[in-house]
Design a protein around this ligand. Sequence first.
Ligand SMILES: [Zn+2]
Length: 282
Amino acid sequence: MIEELIARAARDLINSQYAIALTGAGISTESGIPDFRGPSGIWTKNPEAERRAYRSYERFKSDPKGWWLERLTTPSLLGDLEQAQPNAGHYALAELERLGILKCVITQNVDGLHEKAGAGKLLEYHGSILKLRCISCNSRFSHHEFDLQKLMEEDALPPHCPKCDGIVKTDGVAFGEPIPGDVAHNSLEEAWRCDIMLICGTSAVVFPFANLPRTARERKIERERRTDTGLYAVEKVPAVTIIEVNAEPTPLTDEGISDYLIQGKTGEVLPAIVEQVKKLRM
Ligand SMILES: [Zn+2]
């Protein structure tokens, strides 16, 4: 029964010391964010755009000015992604954070919706469409900090970092581009530290992100157990409880990486968990 699983997740969260959430595309579909590889996905409908995307980072490195010009003069494949609004799933996670239970959200999504929902400690693994990033010092900037149109008119592209004069790119991680070092490092640290990992709307098959639940799963802690003869024995037990909230079972479910799956829409299950947490805490 889904109600029992929701109650179990709420109890696990309340008893945790350091809960974190991992999120992926599934949490944003209810905000109308298009996917890439589904039946009406962006790449499925436009394979030429996919081929171009694969070359994008290479092109940026060899010709950042040309890359920026192209970007500013062709309409975005993602449409008006900046207008998208968070849904009940994003707000539920932000509320769990305000309740002091959730300590960090690590997302694969570039849509910026966790930020708009008021997330506190947020690691955007693949960057954010709302930001630009210096490829030398990793400083992030809001779009509004650069007048890109003016730079184009003045033939002054690419934008340069005000801190180190490095070249500035969009923050979204392109194909072939390494995950920014700070985000990769901090995410791994969170996976090492957490005792609950709540995985929402992702099958975690894209590496290196997919390493995070697998790394957490391998962690063991030692616990003393009283044996039948009254003596104490030390046993190694998993250090993390991994909970999935997803519309379908995933490789994490099949490989036994998650402890249990709550099958349903993140926009419905996550608010139900928060309600339950509040009830139990009263
Ligand atoms: Zn810089």
